[in-house]
Design a protein around this ligand. Sequence first.
Ligand SMILES: [Zn+2]
Ligand SMILES: [Zn+2]
Ligand SMILES: [Zn+2]
Length: 372
Amino acid sequence: MAAQTGRDSSNLVVDMVCDVCRVEGFEVEKNVQAGESESHFVDVIASRRKGDKTQKVAFECWEGDRQVNGREVEGFAHRLRSAGLPDGIYVSPKGFTGDAEFMARKFGVELWDLAKLKERVEKIKPPERHKVPGTLPVSRAVASQILAHGLENGSILRLGSMPKLEFRPYYFADFVLAQSKKKVARGVIVFDGVDGRECDAGLFEGELKNLPGSGLFLECLEIEPSTGSMPQLPPELEMKNSVTVAPATATEETVKARVAEVLLQGSNAHPDDVSVPEVSLLHIPIVTVELQTGNRSYRKILQAATGKMIWDETRKCSLCDSATSAVCEDCGAVVCHDHTRLCSSCRKHLCTGCVTIKGVINKTPLCRACHG
Ligand SMILES: [Zn+2]
Ligand SMILES: [Zn+2]
Ligand SMILES: [Zn+2]
């Protein structure tokens, strides 16, 4: 987008290109600069792992009112060559001049005009005969929730790497369980669309024992999904460039079969008693972070649409099974209230393994630094 008015949030072409790439399984990086110089290099670099190789494609996105000319295509090709990038695509909804097409052939640059871009974007939209897989937005509360959450001195935990955001497919299967033609229960079971695992369940009507429910995903049904395009991310996450979309491998049919299995486990019902009137697919944002202090690191995985913690390695005391209340500022272990000491001089939180005691009578707890 050389010489454009404002490289701001309204870069429609860039956003469309990013959506197209994400759906194809690429991670995208926007407005890439050339080294330290902060000069513009290309608008988007999309990369995707294939086996042990990483495929990289560079995009230049023209949003101006005229056609892109040969000199601009040539400049793009030179930037790519100097960076050792073999694949480049120039996107211009207003089209290209004749010499731009000549240069593109000469340097092996692909050109996308409006028709080509539309064709790509159409592919993201699911065909009409399928149910539209909605995508839920990331809750604004996620950033604060995932960091210092739940520990007195949690702020000493720092991000060890960029947070990862994955839009992961989940199937919500409505079920009805009947016995001798009378409805006994109605509810929903949630399945992970990648590995087919059941991950939540809930009842709307009736009673059913042994229905597995984690409470992690059901609330997602109350959020309005967006369709056709990836939703906007909160600014804290948008800059991380590590957004992926996981492809669903489970199907409606496998999900329906699993519903019957799950329901029949817990009751003496017959397979004919189970019906699944509807299965819907939702893409739910899942954020993974690594938090570090000293040489310890803790992983947290958050269902980011409604902010439910799926996995949190900081929740269990490293010395017993109790819930944690602090991080030891000497060794980085997370510890419960009973295993936490405060240095009486500098007030640092310590674990019982790192605290030192001074004085036989008063037994003053001190950190190693204050003990001397
Ligand atoms: Zn403990
Ligand atoms: Zn310690
Ligand atoms: Zn101290």
